[in-house]
Design a protein around this ligand. Structure first.
Ligand code: FMN
Ligand code: MN
Length: 522
């Protein structure tokens, strides 16, 4: 599987694709159809006749566990997690044999570095100047109160202006006209950091990073101190419609210096082919369906949004940089790839689940006490984290709470719930039982202030606000709990075994299957 069309073919073979030939409007209608289908656990959708465009639209490609796993080349999420773990099982090689094995691992990684190729299908058609027309693409207006049409599944490529390191992030693009869009990278994201560094280089305005004046909108800090002397441009390229593992990599919360294309290559165990852009000094996946090339002006900002977002609310309008296109290239018969977000569960719930599973082993590198983690999709993945830990010393749950608030994009987590290692974090009823019964709401709660995701609307201020940590583990005397902690109410194992034997003679049917019969589900 090299590209999006290979994935579409695979989905077709697996009965995971519905082709819709009826004319459907990308303005709101595709959303309503895709929303119903994703919530019913339905297939990926290929609209061959979107109104107003000659390009077909693919949506819901990630919208089930099966498709998400196909995308990341695994039979289960945990299999990908296990593969990531092989990367992190980094023991110092003791003998010669160990050395060979370690080298073998390095070779694996070297073999999945992206490679540059001379040409790629993404440049079969090249439009520049007055020929560029984003209006030809079937870009969705997703929700009624959206400010316009938004490119929702774009892979945004930039280079760090000082180090030259590549970054790829998924940042939505509001289409303003034929050749300009918004550039919605939040202040915390790597693309915005590249932009700030470029602005600093341009005019030495060291204050660019901290430019947001008190009371200004969240995104003001992504624009180099509007009104200052920053001049110049930063080049940007955007790929739309790639091998789904490459698309996934653009959403993954990787540490800044890690190249998303190497990560994609590792996941698919094959290097990603990159091709040089026609009008900017950047490379993009050679097999992409569409590529937008252009630049952001370091002094320009424009109103972006509102947009019906993955919190289930409209993200508020704010000022963001503007992408000016210098070229639009695509395959001859390009397929436009998109998604919608909104009230969960949506397609991005599966991208988020993959991230939860893939990044758990990485979290455990620094927090080995962590047993498991669940990020409920209803919390948009960053509003709540339920984490089970094996507690070995007093206040260890508190340590994990604070560590979460200091770890990459988990810093945004508004509520962290810690339970003991034997609790199934994915069983919300079990978690609720522990939390409602174990927590002393004066002693076991930590409330702090810190950075919040740009999309948060609950805090009185943009991008900062309150967060809560809840320690629902069983408490020890060493944690100030001098009373006895009661045992869980559970039947002894030997009685369970005895009743298993007896069961067939009791006339009660299958254990757990008897209608209306309350049981433990064992
Ligand atoms: C469908 C979808 C849309 C997203 N839209 C945005 C966006 O508009 N702005 C943003 O900053 N992050 C957005 N994200 C989240 C980023 O892609 C994610 O935080 C990613 O890790 C950013 O890459 P970076 O760490 O290289 O900055 C979106 C994620 C998904 C799945
Ligand atoms: Mn990044």
């Amino acid at each position: 599987m090299r590209d999006l069309r290979d994935f579409i073919q695979l989905l077709r073979e697996k009965g995971q694709l519905a082709v819709i030939d009826a004319p459907v409007d990308p303005v709101l209608e595709i959303t309503e159809i895709a929303d119903r289908v994703v919530k019913a656990g339905g297939p990926a959708l290929l609209f061959t006749n979107p109104k107003g465009s000659s390009f077909p639209v693919l949506i819901n490609q990630f919208g089930s566990d099966e498709r998400m796993c196909l995308a990341v080349r695994a039979s289960s999420y945990d299999e990908v997690g296990a593969r990531i773990q092989t990367l992190t099982a980094f023991e110092p090689p003791a003998g010669a044999w160990e050395k060979v094995k370690a080298l073998g691992k390095l070779k694996d990684l070297a073999g999945v570095q992206p490679r540059t190729v001379k040409s790629g299908p993404c440049q079969e058609v090249v439009k520049t100047g007055a020929d560029i027309d984003l209006g030809a693409l079937p870009v969705l207006q997703c929700w009624p109160l959206d400010a316009g049409r938004f490119i929702t599944l774009p892979l945004v490529f930039t280079k760090h202006p000082a180090t030259g390191k590549r970054n790829v992030g998924m940042y939505r693009l509001q289409v303003y006209d034929r050749d300009t869009t918004g550039m919605h990278w939040h202040i915390h994201k790597d693309g915005a950091e590249h932009y700030r560094v470029a602005a600093e280089q341009a005019d030495g305005a060291a204050q660019a990073g901290a430019a947001a004046a008190p009371g200004t909108g969240a995104a003001s800090a992504t624009v180099a101190a509007a009104g200052t002397a920053a001049t110049g441009r930063m080049e940007v390229a955007v790929a739309i419609g790639t091998d789904p593992v490459i698309t996934y990599a653009a959403t993954a919360p990787l540490p800044g210096p890690i190249d998303e294309m190497t990560f994609a290559g590792f996941l698919r165990q094959e290097a990603v082919d990159m091709v040089r852009c026609k009008t900017v000094d950047l490379e993009v996946p050679a097999d992409a369906e569409f590529v937008l090339e252009g630049y952001v002006d370091l002094a320009e900002a424009r109103r972006e949004g509102p947009f019906g977002d993955h919190t289930g609310y409209y993200s508020l309008a704010d000022d963001y940089p503007v992408l000016h296109l210098t070229a639009l290239t695509h395959r001859k018969d390009a397929i436009y790839s998109t998604t919608i977000v909104g009230q969960a569960p949506m397609e991005d719930a599966y991208l988020g689940k993959a991230t939860e599973r893939i990044f758990l082993p990485l979290l455990r590198l620094t927090l080995p006490e962590v047993v498991d983690m669940d990020l409920p999709k209803e919390g948009g993945f960053h509003n709540c984290a339920i984490i089970s830990v094996n507690k070995r010393y007093p206040m260890q749950a508190r340590k994990v709470i604070h560590a979460v608030w200091g770890t990459g994009q988990m810093q945004f987590t508004k509520s962290v719930v810690i339970v003991d290692g034997d609790v199934d974090v994915h069983d919300y009823a079990q978690v609720a039982w522990r939390v409602f019964n174990n927590v002393d709401w004066q002693r076991d709660v930590t409330i702090v202030e810190g950075p919040l995701d740009v999309l948060d609307h609950s805090s009185p201020h943009p991008v900062r606000g309150g967060k809560i940590g809840i320690d629902a583990t069983r408490k020890w005397p060493a944690e100030g709990h001098d009373r006895e902690w009661p045992a869980d109410v559970e039947m002894s194992a030997h009685v369970k075994a005895r009743v298993d034997e007896l069961w067939p003679s009791l006339g009660l049917g299958e254990p757990g299957r008897t209608p209306g019969f309350a049981h433990s589900g064992a």
